[in-house]
Design a protein around this ligand. Structure first.
Ligand SMILES: [Zn+2]
Length: 453
């Protein structure tokens, strides 16, 4: 052990590590091929179909007659289910299509008891141990117009959130043609506009059943509406800072040692930025270190509340004459969330970025376990220790670090298949993390060390 350690320190002392920004491993040709299958045309067709249901208000009709007529949220739900089942048929029943359905009692924006149903497809991982790890993409298929209690009037919701629903569907279509050791869930929820009801129920179920969800990608308003001020080269990625689910001891550590900007959700956001550098999705993630936009919320927060890492994707510039509006023209301004305002090419790029993130995490190793930063003595070197995750051993590990004032990981040191590394720099001056890598260039999410005394 001492010999290994000595050679490792020598290695650290001689290798250069001054990358300006870290990338998430190297591009996997199979993932690149999957990204090339993402189709703007298919996404357009799916959004037009969703709009054809008239309204997808959570409070709208879901009786058999309305479903048969193709009107209301019930019809939308049945169509999404059929679509997932069609993809599954094409991949030899590789997807398990499921519902999370419950009766929501009356609440603030729910006048009477309402059935709320989330529809999801599970692409189960091929490795018995790794398949317990779940990455998830979600969008809300419910919609609303100017009046959140209007159950009959048109609420096309092409962008909000037909776009996010289309991302979940398209990721399911292209990724179901491939096999991954880890499990991917493609989720579409209802009740978002009524108060995140569908995702709250789903996240609570996942927590109660002990699901190991590593990442939640929530896409809400990612259609890149075609305004002159729109920037189609970027998509915003919102992530919480101090975790809403942090306990008192975790909050104390954050107060004492920093960590306001190192929640699991923020590490996920940084990982997405790295994926944006590893794969050419056509759009660059623009990290916003904030839970969500002012006055707004979204389904990722329901997952954050249960302690899961979850981020929100939203286009660069929203157009508020489109969202939550009755379709009409007033003083020459067109209101309403119609497909003609959606940029399907941009949306296909956002879908690619999501697919690349899901595939990289599901293909890659589990994060290292019990990552610790040794703080027993006052010293200027920094020693990190960790253990292999359950299941297949990763090919190796990498230590990441950045100055405490920096937004993204700036430096990376490959430390091989060790379980400990000593770096010739003071832990007081930087933030460290450790991640696992496999033999094909996939990296796990990084794990911040817990101080060990
Ligand atoms: Zn929305």
């Amino acid at each position: 052990m001492m010999i290994v350690l000595a050679s490792l320190m020598l290695f650290l002392g001689t290798s250069s590590s001054a990358d300006a920004q870290v990338s998430a491993g190297s591009a996997d040709p199979e993932i690149t091929a999957a990204l090339n299958d993402v189709s703007a045309e298919k996404i357009r067709a799916n959004i037009e179909k969703l709009v054809s249901f008239g309204t997808r208000s959570t409070l709208s009709a879901q009786d058999q007659q309305s479903i048969a007529a193709g009107l209301g949220i019930g019809a939308a739900r049945e169509w999404i289910k059929a679509e997932f089942e069609r993809y599954s048929k094409d991949c030899g029943s590789c997807l398990e299509v499921k519902e999370d359905s419950f009766l929501q009692p009356p609440a603030d924006r729910i006048p009477s008891q309402t059935q709320i149903t989330s529809v999801y497809a599970v692409l189960k991982g091929t490795d018995p141990e790794s398949s317990k790890r779940v990455v998830l993409v979600t969008g809300h298929y419910d919609s609303r117009n100017s009046d959140n209690l209007d159950i009959k009037g048109d609420a096309p919701g092409a962008n909000d959130d037909g776009s996010g629903t289309a991302v979940s569907l398209e990721c399911a279509r292209v990724l179901s043609r491939h096999k991954f050791p880890g499990t991917i869930i493609f989720l579409t929820v209802a009740g978002e506009e009524q108060g995140l009801n569908g995702s709250t129920h789903f996240a609570e179920m996942a927590k109660q059943q002990g699901w190991n969800i590593e990442a939640v990608l929530n896409n809400d308003i990612v259609g890149g509406n075609k305004d002159p001020q729109q920037d189609t080269s970027v998509v915003r990625v919102f992530s919480e800072g101090v975790p809403v689910a942090a306990n008192d001891q975790q909050l104390r550590t954050i107060r004492m040692l920093g960590g306001e900007s190192d929640s699991p959700s923020r590490e996920l956001a940084r990982y997405i930025a790295e994926i944006g550098r590893t794969y050419d999705a056509g759009v660059t993630p623009m990290l916003v270190f904030r839970l969500d936009r002012y006055l707004r919320g979204g389904d990722h927060y329901a997952f954050n509340q249960q302690g899961f890492a979850a981020v929100r994707f939203t286009e660069f510039r929203e157009n508020f004459t489109r969202q939550h509006q009755n379709v009409r023209t007033e003083n020459g301004i067109e209101y309403g969330d119609l497909p003609k305002f959606v940029d399907f090419n941009y949306l296909s790029h956002v879908a690619r970025l999501n697919a690349a993130t899901l595939a990289s995490l599901a293909a890659g190793p589990a994060p290292p376990a019990n990552v610790r930063l040794v703080t027993r003595n006052l010293e200027n070197d920094s020693t990190l220790t960790w253990e292999a995750p359950p299941g297949e051993r990763p090919a190796g590990y990498e230590v990441l670090w950045r100055p405490t004032t920096s937004g993204e990981w700036e430096h990376l040191e490959k430390v091989g298949n060790a379980n400990r590394a000593t770096l010739k720099m003071s832990k007081d001056n930087v933030i460290f993390a450790v991640r696992a890598v496999d033999g094909r260039g996939h990296a796990s999410l990084p794990v911040l060390p817990t101080p060990e005394r």
